[in-house]
Design a protein around this ligand. Structure first.
Ligand code: NZQ
Ligand code: ZN
Length: 399
């Protein structure tokens, strides 16, 4: 099933909006707010994190200090890899269940946040979790364990949504959906924490945010609507701030803008009234299921290729994108030419910021593409639904 493509919150001119995550933002946000937040929960905290960057950066030590001062018993769950697996979810869920934890504190990026959300549900849900959460879009009555987040790398926007993107290695499926019950209770976003993120990862995360904006923008409705206008401003800001941080990695304004832009792209506000598409994400997730490639880099390669396929079906919107985001002169040439210029400007931007434009440059084995394409579903959200053969062509052209 294609869970990514449907907007949980309704389409067109009717929707329900809620975002239950309380956000604390700023360079002193962890020291200012985490101690008080910890005091609101029971004594046992499960601390979840990735492969160890938090130990090198000192974030682990700082947070352990607050946990100790608050008198918490800490259960550690580490080694959550990028593109987290369902096996890791089940392992964490069993631990959380056994230890009867009162709070899960996720310290990391999309992978740690997503895995922790799934753990928070898996620890209390008795049925088949994959079936209940990822395979169907139904409602689960069980309340998850409370979750708090300390962000260390930005891009996915997972900090303020209910998305949990998990790779099921045996099924070769990577998928997720926005399930509001899985929103964290609080998310602390300290842009300073992201200063140690390797440049390539930080930029690929920022491109992931831009990708989320584009996936929402290129979907119905295309007539007069608030979301598209806000989105144009956010996309411009993403382009400007990615450029600024590359000029000066110490630019605090650009860094904090990029962290907040990532949240803004995926906190449901932009999706209100939009059908949303996420076809490019579905393509990338299929690639990820087979290769565990970097999410933002995979998107960077696939976006222009996919857009060249659908530009004639959504010419007017692509021409508008060209003008609003990449300053293509609206009085020059015909609409299709301007639309195509916008896609080429996006491609040039991807090169400029050091992201790949071909799958062969990402250490991806060509032979895997047959299965990747076969495992990929077509989203109904955009201008035109792709056929199976065309999906195959897109991966070939992207190689
Ligand atoms: O594992 P550690 O050692 O912590 O290292 C991580 C990891 O290697 C490192 N890192 C994190 N904070 C750091 C740091 N290194 C130095 N200093 C720091 N402060 O960064 C690397 C990448 O981390 P990861 O969490 O994997 O990256 P990202 O935030 O891009 O998350 C990617 C995952 O999120 C999913 C992706 O598919 C992918 O699985 N997505 C989640 C979404 C959601 N829930 O809404 C939406 C997205 O479209 C996306 O699909
Ligand atoms: Zn993404």
């Amino acid at each position: 099933t294609n869970l990514y493509a449907s907007s949980f919150w309704g389409t067109h001119h009717s929707f329900v909006f809620q975002n239950s995550t309380k956000v604390y933002f700023g360079n002193d946000s962890v020291s200012t707010y985490l101690p008080g937040l910890l005091a609101q929960y029971g004594p046992k905290v499960m601390l979840t994190y990735g492969g160890g960057s938090i130990k090198k950066t000192g974030i682990y030590e700082e947070i352990m200090g607050y946990l100790k001062t608050a008198g918490k018993t800490v259960v550690e769950f580490s080694g959550i890899r990028s593109n987290p697996t369902y096996a890791k979810v089940l392992e964490g869920a069993a631990l959380a269940k056994k230890e009867k934890v009162d709070l899960i504190l996720a310290v990391g990026g999309g992978s740690v946040m997503d895995c922790s959300k799934a753990i928070s549900l898996g620890a209390v849900y008795d049925g088949d979790l994959w079936d209940a959460y990822w395979a169907h879009a139904g409602k689960i009555e069980t309340k998850p364990i409370p979750l708090g987040i300390v962000l260390t790398v930005s891009g996915t926007g997972s900090e303020t949504n209910g998305g949990s993107v998990i790779t099921n290695e045996s099924l070769k499926v990577k998928t997720g959906r926005d399930y509001p019950e899985l929103n964290a209770q609080f998310a602390i976003l300290n842009p300073k924490y992201t200063e140690t993120v390797p440049k390539f990862q930080f930029i690929s995360g920022a491109f992931d945010s831009l990708s989320h904006m584009m996936e929402i923008y290129f979907s119905e409705p295309n007539d007069n609507n608030v979301s598209d206008v806000m989105n144009e401003a956010l996309m411009r800001s993403a382009v400007d701030n990615i450029r600024a941080i590359l000029v000066d990695p110490h630019d605090e304004g650009a860094r904090s803008n990029l962290v907040w832009l990532a949240t803004m792209a995926e906190n449901r506000i932009l999706k209100l009234g939009k059908k949303t598409d996420f076809q490019c994400h579905i393509l990338e997730h299929s690639l990820g299921a087979y290769t565990f490639c970097n999410h933002g880099a995979g998107l960077a390669v696939l976006h222009p290729v996919y857009y060249r396929h659908i530009v004639k079906d959504g010419t007017k919107k692509f021409a508008r994108f060209a003008e609003k985001v990449f300053d293509i002169d609206p009085s020059e040439g015909d609409e299709l030419t301007r639309a195509q210029k916008g896609i080429e400007a996006l491609t040039a931007f991807i090169k400029e910021i050091g992201l790949p434009t071909r799958l062969r440059d990402m250490n991806i084995d060509h032979a895997v593409l047959v299965d990747v394409a076969a495992g990929c579903v077509a989203s109904p959200g955009s201008f035109r639904q792709l056929g199976k053969e065309e999906i195959r062509e897109i991966f070939e052209e992207a190689y």
